[in-house]
Write a protein that binds this ligand. Structure first.
Ligand code: NAD
Length: 370
């Protein structure tokens, strides 16, 4: 089986789908690896490291795309890239299937079987392949660093000859994978952390990391679904939650928002009114910016200043920690390839409980949305 790794072409994308260490492991499993020259440069892995791990490095993107059975990517391919894929080949990546109808049609036309990593079932057996979790871990960590750098104050308490500094108050909204990592990172920096989530189960996780749980049970019943995700709130619940968050946000120095409901725009949890009531110097890092933002005033990819409050519409933070983000992504890819490799060949099965639901195209057929 031939596996290809191209250089990512999306602006500011520094990650690579496989790092040399994983290439070495795949070569041991009997795969042939073809890596586009410079593919790992943004994540600080040079071509020589890929060669030393057993890959062939090609200067030709068309060869990496067209000469391999399975192409591993981070971002979805452009139309030109999709046109280079091998007829009847396979593609894996964060394909953003909703909003990619043209791409899916083009892939189906080339009889490419495409697996969207976003659609990986969140089940225990699939955890080692879960790129949403691995990349959210990186995003949650980096959000705190970005926020800390934008604050006019330090995070920890300090008792110095020049006086005593009180620790920064950090408020995290949404305590999924990214939110929990943000709590842990803010605590390591010495912040006093509180966090809110509409899933009651998040309470124990927040407390186990040393955060204070802002309990929503007074205003809304537990919003966790059987699948472990939050359900969308009713209009009335939403208003109560916005009011509760507004009260806590007013006390915070740094606010990290991560709240998402799968398949929907991000819930608007921080109103313009709440921002107006914040202390000057407050910083908001909105990790939900790409899904529309948790703050009403967020602009994705931009930093907005209003009334002394800084709102950072963070997009693709994992790409800014490219070495470790790629290393984690690459381990996820290794687990996935091990799962779909049978006797040295690629065996994609629509009935497979992990990869079946991820197949947005299967040979000549578009299978998304279901
Ligand atoms: P996510 O990125 O979809 O959402 C982030 C957080 O926002 C979630 O904790 C959610 O409850 C919260 N949220 C949604 N609406 C909200 C609102 N109105 N106000 C406040 N918070 C709100 O979440 P995620 O990180 O993917 O995790 C979601 C669930 O999936 C968790 O229960 C997690 O433990 C579980 N999970 C399971 C696996 C696995 O078993 N493989 C992997 C990752 C996550």
């Amino acid at each position: 089986m031939k596996i290809g790794v191209p250089k990512e072409s999306v602006l500011h994308e520094q990650r690579v789908a496989l790092v040399p260490a994983t290439v070495g492991q795949l070569v041991k499993l009997g795969a042939e690896l073809l890596v586009e020259a410079g593919a790992g440069a943004g994540a600080r892995f040079d071509d020589e490291a890929y060669r030393a791990a057993g890959a062939r490095v090609t200067e030709q993107a068309a060869e990496a795309y067209g000469g391999t059975d399975l192409l591993l990517k981070v971002q979805r391919p452009s139309a030109q890239e999709a046109a280079m894929l091998k007829q009847g080949g396979a593609l894996v990546g964060l394909l953003q299937p909703s909003g990619s109808a043209d791409l899916l049609a083009a892939l189906a036309q080339r009889e490419v079987t495409a697996l969207a990593m976003e659609l990986l079932p969140r089940i225990t057996a699939a955890q080692p392949m879960d790129v949403l979790s691995s990349q959210a871990t990186v995003a949650g960590y980096k959000a705190v660093l970005v926020g800390a750098a934008a604050l006019g104050r330090m995070m920890p308490m300090m008792i110095t000859a020049a006086g005593t500094l009180i620790p920064a108050k950090v408020f995290v909204v949404g305590a999924g994978v990214a939110g929990l990592q943000a709590i842990a990172t803010a605590r390591r920096l010495g912040g006093v952390v509180s966090a809110f989530d509409v899933r009651a189960a998040a309470g124990d996780e927040i407390r186990s990391l040393g955060g204070r749980f802002v309990d929503p049970s007074q205003v809304v019943p537990d919003a966790q679904t059987a699948g472990g995700y939050a359900r969308p709130l009713t209009e009335e619940e939403q208003q109560k939650v916005v009011a509760l968050i507004g009260r806590h946000a007013g006390e915070a120095d740094l606010i990290i928002t991560t709240a998402q409901v799968p398949g929907r725009p991000a819930p608007k949890l921080i109103s313009a009114e709440a921002v107006a009531a914040m202390k000057p110097g407050t910083v908001i890092v909105d990790l939900a910016a790409e899904a529309g933002g948790n703050c009403e005033l967020t602009r994705p990819g931009e930093t907005v200043e209003t009334g002394g409050v800084t709102i950072i519409g963070a997009v693709n933070l994992p790409a800014t920690v490219a070495t470790h983000a790629s290393q984690m992504y690459s381990r996820n890819m290794l687990s996935l390839v091990q799962h779909v490799m049978k006797n040295g060949d690629l065996a994609l099965d629509l009935e497979d409980r992990i990869t079946g639901p991820m197949m947005v195209t299967y040979r000549g057929e578009v299978r998304y949305p279901r």
